[in-house]
Design a binder for this molecule. Sequence first.
Ligand code: PBG
Length: 325
Amino acid sequence: MYPLQRNRRLRQNTSIRNLVREFQIHTDDFIVPLFVVEGLQKKEEIPSMPGYYRYSLDFLEKEVEELWQLGLQAVLLFVKVPDAKKDNKGKEALNTEGLMQRAIQTVKKACPEILVMTDVALDPYSSFGHDGIVEQGQIVNDATLEVLTAMALSHAQVGADFVAPSDMMDGRILSIRKGLEAAAFTDVGIMSYSAKYASSFYGPFRDALDSAPGFGDKKTYQMDFANRSEALIESQRDADEGADILMVKPGIAYLDILYELKQKLNTPLAVYQVSGEYAMLKAAAEKGWLDYESVMLEQLVAFKRAGASLIASYHAKEVALLQQF
Ligand code: PBG
C-alpha cells in the first residue's frame, strides 16, 4: 500500500529497469522470411515493402551468409513463380529442379548450419492464386493434401530442415507427417501455420509473389478473424497430427490468440508478423509519424510477452543490425 509500496522505485533508472525486465528479444528468436526469384544478380525491392527484396539465387547465397554472421539462424523460403509455370495443381511445386528446390540447396550450401524452413502451399504455383486445387470454383481439401505432401517431401529431399504448411487444408499435418515418416525423413520438422486467419494484412506479400487469389478470397480455408476458440481447436489438432511448432498469424492484432495458446498448449509457439504489419510501420515512419526503431522493438517484445518463442518477421535483420535491444 502507498507509500510503503511505490511502483516507480523499480523504474527510476535504466539499470533497475534492465534488472527487472521480464521479456527480451534476441537474434535466437527470429525466423527470417526470404523471397526468391529466378535470374542472376537480382535484388528487387518489393514496392509495398520498402527495404525488403526478392533475391536471385546468387544474391540469396550472400544474404544468407550475412544473416548467419549477424546471428540469425533460421530462414523461411518463399518463391516467386513465373505465370507460365503456374497451373491448377501446382505441378511446378514438385519439380526437383524447381526454384524452391534450388533455393534450399543454395542456402544449405552457403550455410550448412542455418535452419531452412519452407513454405508449403499451392498459391505461388496456382493459376488461381489459391492455396489448394480448384474444382468448380471450390478449393478441394483432400486432393490438395496429396500435392502438399509431395511438395513437403520434395523439400525434404533437397535438405529442408522444417516444412511450414501455410495452406490451412484440413488434415495436412497428418498427411505430411505420415509422408515424411514413410520416406524416412524422421528428423524433418513441421512448423504448422495452425492459427492462420483470413487477413487483409497479407496484401504486400501477395504483391511480392504475385500470388493474390484470382477469384474470391481465402475465407473457406483461413480462419475468421472474429473467432478465438477456433484457434485453440485448430492448433490442438495440428499438434495431435504431428506438428512440432505451432504458429499464430498475423501478429500484432492477434496477441490474445498467442496468449491463449501459450496458456493452454505446450508445443513451441511461433508468431508471424506479416507483410502488412511491416508495410504499415514503414509507411508511418516514412511520413515521420512514428519512430521506426522504437515502435518495431515495442511490437517485437509484445510478441514475446504474449507467449511467442519464435518470431517470423521482416524486421529480423534490422533488429540483428541494431544489436542493442
Ligand atoms: C501462402 C502464404 C501467405 C503468407 C505466408 N504464406 C499468404 C496468404 O496466405 O495469402 C503471408 C505472409 C505475409 O503476409 O507476410 N499461403
